[in-house]
Design a protein around this ligand. Structure first.
Ligand SMILES: [Cu+2]
Length: 182
């Protein structure tokens, strides 16, 4: 008595509980696939944008004590193409001025110097790190908070731009000078 009655509910209802097994599994697979696509999109937005030419990973901004108005942004750039890619400019709403910098050793003193571009060799990698290449934020307009993202736009020589979210990170104030060779 009960069974035939239930079966009419099966075919009439779209509630997953009442779906025949195969269809339910299919729909669940579809749903999980959708969630994965959606969440990987969400991840890309809260992390570093991967354009087709250069992949940015491990991007971070050094946190600074209150009152300090300048800081550095660091990251790993991986060029997946067969030609050199160059970053020629960077922008951020977090600072008045954004420059591309490197460090040079001047009479034993490490000094920062502005550079025109940062090259990423074909099929190669360029690492922006403390004591080396970096994106300089000058005149901070907001506090850099540990664990919180700061939006940076990288501009390439070919006109492409790339949005990244660098995460606030506490670092040592100075690079240790031990082990530096002349
Ligand atoms: Cu600098």
């Amino acid at each position: 008595m009960n069974k035939p009655h239930k079966q009419t509910i099966f075919s009439a209802s779209f509630l997953p509980d009442f779906l025949p097994g195969r269809l339910a599994v299919f729909l669940m697979g579809f749903f999980i696939g959708f969630v994965l696509i959606f969440s990987s999109d969400a991840f890309a937005e809260s992390s570093d944008n991967q354009n087709s030419s250069v992949q940015v990973s491990d991007s971070y901004v050094r946190t600074v004590p209150p009152g300090q108005k300048n800081t550095g942004v660091f990251m790993t750039l991986t060029n997946v193409t067969d030609s050199t890619k160059s970053i020629v400019n960077a922008k951020s709403s977090a600072a008045e001025i954004v420059e591309l910098h490197t460090h040079i050793n001047e009479d034993g003193m490490m000094r920062m110097r502005q550079i025109e571009k940062i090259d990423i060799p074909a099929k190669g990698m360029t690492i922006l790190k403390p004591g080396g290449l970096h994106v300089m934020l000058i005149g901070l307009k907001q506090e850099i908070v540990e664990g919180k993202p700061v939006g940076i736009t990288l501009e390439y020589e070919n006109g492409e731009t790339q949005e990244i979210q660098a995460i606030g990170k506490k670092l040592q104030m100075k690079m240790p000078k031990m082990g530096m060779k002349h």
